[in-house]
Design a protein around this ligand. Structure first.
Ligand SMILES: CCCCCCCC/C=C\CCCCCCCCCCCC(=O)SCCNC(=O)CCNC(=O)[C@H](O)C(C)(C)COP(=O)(O)OP(=O)(O)OC[C@H]1O[C@@H](n2cnc3c(N)ncnc32)[C@H](O)[C@@H]1OP(=O)(O)O
Ligand SMILES: Cc1cc2nc3c(=O)[nH]c(=O)nc-3n(C[C@H](O)[C@H](O)[C@H](O)COP(=O)(O)OP(=O)(O)OC[C@H]3O[C@@H](n4cnc5c(N)ncnc54)[C@H](O)[C@@H]3O)c2cc1C
Length: 655
């Protein structure tokens, strides 16, 4: 069937090449091209297609379908991608397995990265190759039923037995059961387990251990291990998140991951070069999250924008034909700022992934000085990005009206998966407060006359306000944001200090100032996102692409400043606020002809999108009908439940 003419016209009105834009989104022409090649190659392998729509499958079927595809994938892995390239691998996973989770997700995202960052050279020799060849399947078991955020309260113990040179793992209480780890429930046979290291009754706190959970031949749990699936979740139901308990389960001394902390055979403990070095796997995932969430948001927007270009409802001036809903200003206001955010998140994602890779090298060379900065940055970024992604996806769903609520849109699934990110890798509020610690310390440095020692990301906290001329473009909006973030950070810090100086304990003063502190963290992070977006656009060479991204940037900066209006009341007059509001409306109109091309440029395939509404060809209605007819409820005209219950009930009512 040919393309819906409404979408053809939209594409014709685009002022730039989507391949050129994809090269900017994905960091290079080479990677953008590789993505297309991988997608093309996959489309030719019929076994990678869903055997029937995932939304009609039970949880067991989803997990089984994911395993089937993983097994097929193992035959093609080396021919489809450069296996040393993480981004290619993740693209392949997204295409083939989609986003509902699968038994290798944690293997790739946490198990292998933990071995790389935490295992000694000898340990890597023993396990890393096996993991990379997928001879074993691993997971990352840290969270417990009673403890997730506060790692210092974890209860699982690994007690060193000097006589046998083994660690004895125990889960002393019900609350100490590991709870949530992905792939733990049924798939993984090994795990990195985070447990308190106990030597001679001294607790050295949480440390990572390499633990075999299941027999490599029979896959049966090993004696001393209780393991299973935690049940259905809001989304991610293609993954078997699990529980795990230990009863006097022994592992060799060599199974504690010993790149940084060490336990010698006589039970001596060697401290790591940085107290939080064992948290690196979490920083790794957090550093990926802006990119991954940006792609979740992008997926929802591809669906909503394409659908809005074929959905006609109501009239503007021309009463002879209903208009595309994309022509309504309210629809544009609902969707276009999120397009801008998706671009901005992906640009930030590339930056934080690069920073993590550099930090990994630095730490391996003994330099841990960058850890605090990256921890603060990624803590704030994961929190703001996951929250705004959830908001944006929900708006995309509503922008699709009734059909958005149908699983045919697939938006609810994207939403469910994306908002998991508000919780995993550290609940958002808690991570905002981690960043706040860093911001408060920065203010204290300024108060103590040490402004010069501030890092580049917080130097603005020491600056004075300057006059704002909003006709000058994005950099002036950046100054507005700096004003807001600086003011809020000072206010929140001063509140905390005042409470503490009044005699309150440090902890209680912190708690009483914490809402204000999280507000400071959000503003600081949104400033970082804006400045990364501006810098990125500034570096683009292709003038057509750059022109459109400047338009998108204008949507971003005006929308963001309007959104934080309450924090800039002392800086901007109501006339200036009106001016910004009008600039936003003008920017929405400017971006309108490029809206479809901007979402096309994400180059997310129909296979990956799984959305009837978001199809590239725009043939929504006929496929929606086809999709509904394929519902298992439509296999028969009269359901057994009607025969068994409703008919007798109706018959009885007739008497
Ligand atoms: C996600 C990648 C996906 C790729 C997908 C690809 C797409 C494929 C498509 C679909 C497939 C779907 C696959 C999706 C995969 C889903 C993955 C889900 C993964 C989820 C895994 C988990 O959730 S694992 C568990 C995570 N748990 C947490 O994050 C716990 C949070 N808590 C903490 O981190 C800590 O407890 C704390 C930081 C909050 C506090 O720690 P602690 O009590 O020890 O410290 P203090 O508060 O006292 O602070 C002391 C001091 O330390 C500094 N500090 C803390 N952490 C760090 C650090 N990491 N680095 C450096 N410094 C640190 C802190 O700032 C303090 O400093 P001061 O100077 O004293 O202020
Ligand atoms: C989809 C998904 C996948 C996951 N995968 C894994 C995995 O593979 N491995 C693994 O180990 N774990 C995993 N987890 C667990 C996850 O990491 C934790 O759920 C997360 O870290 C949050 O911890 P919590 O559940 O203890 O929340 P809690 O800390 O109990 O949070 C509850 C509430 O308390 C508040 N709160 C807690 N502490 C503070 C504080 N200090 N100050 C202010 N407010 C506070 C929070 O803001 C929140 O509102 C996964 C979770 C999900 C949802």
């Amino acid at each position: 069937m040919s393309e819906n003419p409404d979408l053809t016209n939209e594409r014709a009105s685009g002022t730039f090449e989507t391949n050129a834009m994809a090269a900017v989104i994905y960091g290079s022409e080479k990677f953008a091209q590789r993505r297309r090649e991988i997608t093309e190659a996959i489309s030719k392998i019929p076994e990678f297609q869903d055997s029937h729509p995932l939304v009609f499958m039970s949880r067991e079927e989803k997990i089984s379908e994911a395993c089937r595809k993983l097994a097929v994938l193992s035959n093609y892995w080396n021919s489809l991608i450069d296996t040393s390239d993480e981004e290619e691998a993740l693209h392949l996973y997204r295409e083939v397995l989609g986003l509902e989770g699968h038994p290798l997700a944690l293997h790739e995202t946490m198990f292998i990265p933990s071995l790389i960052a935490q295992a000694s050279d000898e340990q890597q020799e023993k396990w890393l190759g096996r993991a990379q060849r997928r001879e074993i399947i691993g997971c990352y078991a840290q969270t417990e039923m009673g403890h997730g955020t506060n790692l210092r309260a974890l209860e699982t113990t690994a007690t060193f037995d000097i006589s046998t040179r083994e660690f004895i793992l125990n889960s002393p209480t019900i609350t100490s059961l590991k709870w949530w780890p992905g792939a733990l429930g049924k798939s993984a046979n090994w795990s990195i387990v985070i447990a308190n290291l106990i030597i001679k009754e001294h607790n050295y706190g949480p440390h990572p251990f390499m633990v075999q959970l299941r027999d490599e031949k029979s896959h049966e749990p090993l004696p001393g291990i209780t393991v299973g699936d935690i049940g259905p979740k809001m989304a991610f139901n293609g993954a078997d998140n699990g529980f795990l308990g230990f009863k006097n389960y022994r592992i060799p001394r060599e199974n504690m991951l010993m790149r940084h902390s060490k336990v010698t055979s006589d039970g001596s403990y060697i401290k790591p070069p940085h107290a939080k070095i064992g948290y690196s796997s979490m920083v790794k995932v957090r550093s990926r999250m802006a990119m991954d969430q940006g792609l979740f948001l992008a997926s929802a927007l591809v669906i909503a924008v394409r659908y809005s270009a074929v959905r006609r409802q109501g009239y503007l001036e021309d009463k002879s034909r209903e208009v595309k809903v994309l022509d309504y200003q309210t629809q544009q206001h609902r969707l276009f700022p999120s397009i801008a955010r998706a671009y901005a998140f992906i640009f930030c994602g590339f930056e934080t992934i690069r920073l993590y890779d550099q930090l990994l090298i630095d730490v391996q060379n003994g330099n841990t000085s960058g850890m605090a900065d990256l921890h603060a940055l990624t803590s704030g970024l994961k929190s703001v990005v996951t929250y705004q992604t959830g908001e944006g996806i929900e708006q995309a769903r509503m922008a699709c009206g009734g059909h958005g609520y149908s699983m045919a849109s697939y938006i609810s699934e994207i939403y469910g998966v994306a908002i998991g990110g508000c919780t995993y890798e550290g609940e958002n509020m808690v991570m905002l407060l981690q960043l706040a610690r860093y911001l408060v310390k920065s203010i204290e440095m300024i108060q103590n006359g040490k402004s010069r020692e501030l890092g580049p990301m917080v130097a603005y906290l020491a600056e004075n306000e300057s006059e704002i001329d909003l006709n000058l473009g994005p950099n002036e909006y950046l100054k507005v944001f700096e004003y807001a973030a600086r003011n809020q950070t000072w206010r929140a810090t001063e509140k905390f200090q005042k409470l503490r100086n009044s005699g309150m304990s440090n902890e209680e003063a912190w708690n009483q100032a914490s809402v204000e502190l999280t507000r400071a963290s959000r503003l600081h992070t949104r400033l970082y996102i804006m400045s990364t977006f501006i810098n990125h656009v500034g570096s683009i060479v292709d003038q057509k692409v750059k022109g459109v991204l400047i338009d998108l940037l204008n949507v971003h900066v005006t929308y963001e400043v309007m959104d934080i209006g309450i924090y800039v009341q002392g800086l901007l007059s109501s006339n200036q606020m009106d001016l910004i509001r009008n600039q936003l409306y003008v920017s929405l109109e400017t971006i309108r002809p490029n809206a479809v091309s901007l979402v096309d440029s994400f180059q997310i395939s129909d296979m990956q999108l799984r959305s009837v509404l978001g199809r590239r060809d725009g043939n929504v209605y006929e496929n929606l009908f086809k999709w509904a007819k394929s519902s298992p409820l439509n296999k028969t005209d009269v359901l057994p439940s009607v025969t068994q219950y409703l008919k007798p009930m109706m018959e009885k009512s007739k008497l």
